[in-house]
Design a protein around this ligand. Structure first.
Ligand code: GTP
Ligand code: SPV
Ligand code: MN
Length: 591
């Protein structure tokens, strides 16, 4: 008798007509064979899916050049398919589930002809975690099969867990012919299903990541009373050896991976990496909020990553294991066959191929601004011993932030959970190359979840308010901004390893009472004079003052824009959000 999983695969195969079906077991030998297929047989725009890098200096590492139209997440082609549009909310594109499936079936008919259909069984989360979910993804390209083996716990065990059950998360993925006119990333929260066609790009194609672990999981979290968030998880060890766990949400390409494995500029401090992109959080038996990282790898931004900015990522990339490492849309040193990207080294290679594989032209970027590497988390030298703890780690503070050239100070502490939820709900951030569209445009990106919340954000804010009230020992909420600029456009804050200074203040504040070490402003607490540890950092007094300033005129403008944003949600917006908003408006307008 065929299992539900087998029947489902058969059904998709009847539709897509692959030449063969291959069930993956996640083994090393299998990964080698799939890479081999990508090197020799499968093609994208006439090029092999994988190019071997220098085996002496980059063993078991491969370069992938994507389809030229397929280099970032496509938010405009991403849909939440729930019966009522109102449930998906104004923050999501919506399609009726039946209409969406009809469209996808039409596009997918025969889309895998001549190709291999790979079946990928995996779990998100440690299998013993109460939040872990067994999943099955179908794909028709070796790049995605190998990437999923790096990014998830792919194994026979996952398939055994699914067994004869209907209860698994389904992902259907086909690159088809990469036609942007037939590209859709569709989510069916009520069916535990993601169906993605026409794109091989990370967040569009590695369906365990943004599609399941954020969009579908946020929906499950609301139903079941937990949180699925676009957050890193870190342990910060102080000179006495005490470790405090923090979770931090920053929008795409805004510093999560760097913060997650930062090398502290303050002596005696050490960061332990638990996760760099996604956190699943639930209330533990002791009344604290506990977080796990459901992923198994990093899908990190290449440009800007160097031995100076993120030495631990450079070490992670060099730590060869039996997991392959993939580089997507980076440049290639034509002589040494080593990868290169802007910011990696001070001098660029003499002869380079750009991310398209063409001789590099000096007026063009060599690597794509959203070029990425895919690498197993087990290779990270700062990986926390708690990473595999199925219970997760207790979170003492939640941080929100983003790229803001003005308005937001370096660090700000919210007066309460409710005020923190409001400030998170109206948070703005400048866009990056991680999604298609204009870069550097300010938009409201609540809790860094605008592209990732699988339902109406108004209901999501309500969930945050309700859950907060249920946590006996809730974390404090903070805001951070490493990206404030001067009038010439230069960053005021050195960032990277120096960010520990803000974290130290935050950790001090989690234990502090009242305004100890802080200065109260109408919008929250900021560091009081002398309370940021600036030892060894040469920074003019005026720069520091500007970084830590709260300008109420700017805040009034900010709130006017935020009000328009909240208005889009009509009367679905929880009353608590509006109450808190009006209180904040009043505080900011007081003479
Ligand atoms: P996603 O993977 O898209 O979710 O991105 P992310 O939030 O993990 O961003 P990441 O840490 O990869 O950083 C993106 C870019 O911001 C890189 O080019 C980094 O070099 C740069 N960056 C990270 N931290 C800092 C910082 O503290 N200051 C400055 N100026 N740039 C930073
Ligand atoms: C992001 O864009 O936030 C990423 C990369 O982390 S992706 O997985 O492609 O969404
Ligand atoms: Mn991300």
């Amino acid at each position: 008798m065929a299992t539900p999983a087998e029947k489902w695969v058969e059904e998709i195969a009847r539709l897509t007509q692959p030449a063969r079906i291959y069930w993956c077991d996640g083994s090393e030998e299998e990964a080698r064979q799939i890479v081999e297929t990508g090197l020799r047989e499968e093609k994208v725009e006439g090029q092999p899916v994988f190019h071997e890098l220098n085996p002496g200096t980059y063993p078991n590492a491969y370069l992938h050049r994507s389809h030229s139209t397929d280099v970032a997440r496509t938010e405009n082609l991403t849909y939440i398919c729930l019966p009522e549009q109102e449930t998906a909310g104004p923050n999501n594109n919506w399609m009726d589930p039946a209409a969406a499936k009809t469209l996808l079936r039409k596009i997918s008919a025969g889309s895998m002809r001549g190709k291999t259909l790979y079946v990928l069984p995996y779990t998100m989360g440690h299998p013993d975690s109460p939040l872990a979910k067994a999943c099955l993804q179908i794909t028709d390209i070796s790049y995605v099969a190998v990437s999923m083996r790096i990014m998830t716990r792919m194994s026979r065990e996952a398939l055994r867990r699914i067994g004869n059950s209907e209860d698994f998360v389904r992902g259907i993925h086909s690159v088809g012919d990469f036609d942007p006119a037939k590209r859709y990333i569709m989510h069916f929260p009520e069916d535990n299903l993601v169906w993605s066609v026409g794109s091989g790009y990370g967040g569009n194609a590695l369906l365990g990541k943004k599609c399941f672990s954020l969009r579908i999981a946020s929906w499950l979290g609301k139903r079941e009373g937990w949180l699925a968030e676009h957050m890193i998880i870190i342990g910060v060890q102080d000179p006495e050896g005490k470790i405090t766990y923090l979770a931090a949400a920053l929008p795409s390409a805004s510093g999560k991976t760097n913060l997650a494995m930062m090398e502290s500029a303050l002596p005696g401090y050490k960061i332990w990496t638990v996760g760099d992109d996604i956190a699943w959080m639930r209330i533990g038996a002791d009344g604290r909020l506990y977080a796990i990282n459901p992923e198994y790898g990093f899908f990190g931004v290449a440009p800007g990553t160097s031995c100076k900015t993120n030495p631990n990522m450079m070490r992670t990339l060099q730590a060869n294991s039996f997991y392959p490492t993939l580089y997507t849309n980076v440049a290639l040193d034509a002589k040494t066959r080593e990868p290169w990207w802007e910011g990696m080294t001070e001098c660029r290679p003499a002869e380079m191929l750009d991310w398209r594989g063409k001789p590099w032209q000096p007026d063009r970027p060599a690597a794509h601004p959203n070029s990425r590497f895919t690498v197993c988390i087990k290779q990270c030298p700062t990986l926390s011993p708690e990473y595999e703890n199925p219970g997760g780690v207790p979170i003492s503070a939640i941080l929100f932030g983003g790229r803001r050239s003005r308005v937001m100070p370096l660090v700000l502490e919210s007066f309460s959970w409710r005020r923190g939820v409001l400030l998170g709900a109206i948070m703005g951030a400048e866009t990056t190359a991680a999604a298609t569209g204009e870069v550097g445009v300010l938009r409201r990106d609540p809790m860094a979840m605008l592209p990732f919340c699988g339902y109406n954000l108004a209901d999501y804010f309500g969930h945050w308010l309700r859950l907060g009230a249920q946590i006996p020992r809730p974390p404090k909420i903070f805001f951070i901004n490493w990206f404030r600029r001067d009038e010439k456009g230069k960053f005021l804050w050195p960032g990277f390893g120096e960010n520990i200074r803000a974290l130290k203040w935050i950790i001090g504040r989690t234990a502090a009472a009242g305004s100890q070490g802080a200065r109260e402003t109408p919008v929250g607490f900021i560091p009081g004079k002398g309370s940021l540890d600036l030892a060894g950092l040469r920074m003019p007094e005026e720069t520091l003052a500007e970084l830590c300033s709260v300008n109420l005129e700017e805040w009034k403008e900010e709130l006017a824009d935020a009000r328009n944003f909240l208005n889009r949600f009509g009367n679905r917006m929880p009353k608590g959000i509006w109450e808190e908003f009006r209180e904040l408006e009043k505080a900011v307008s007081q003479p």
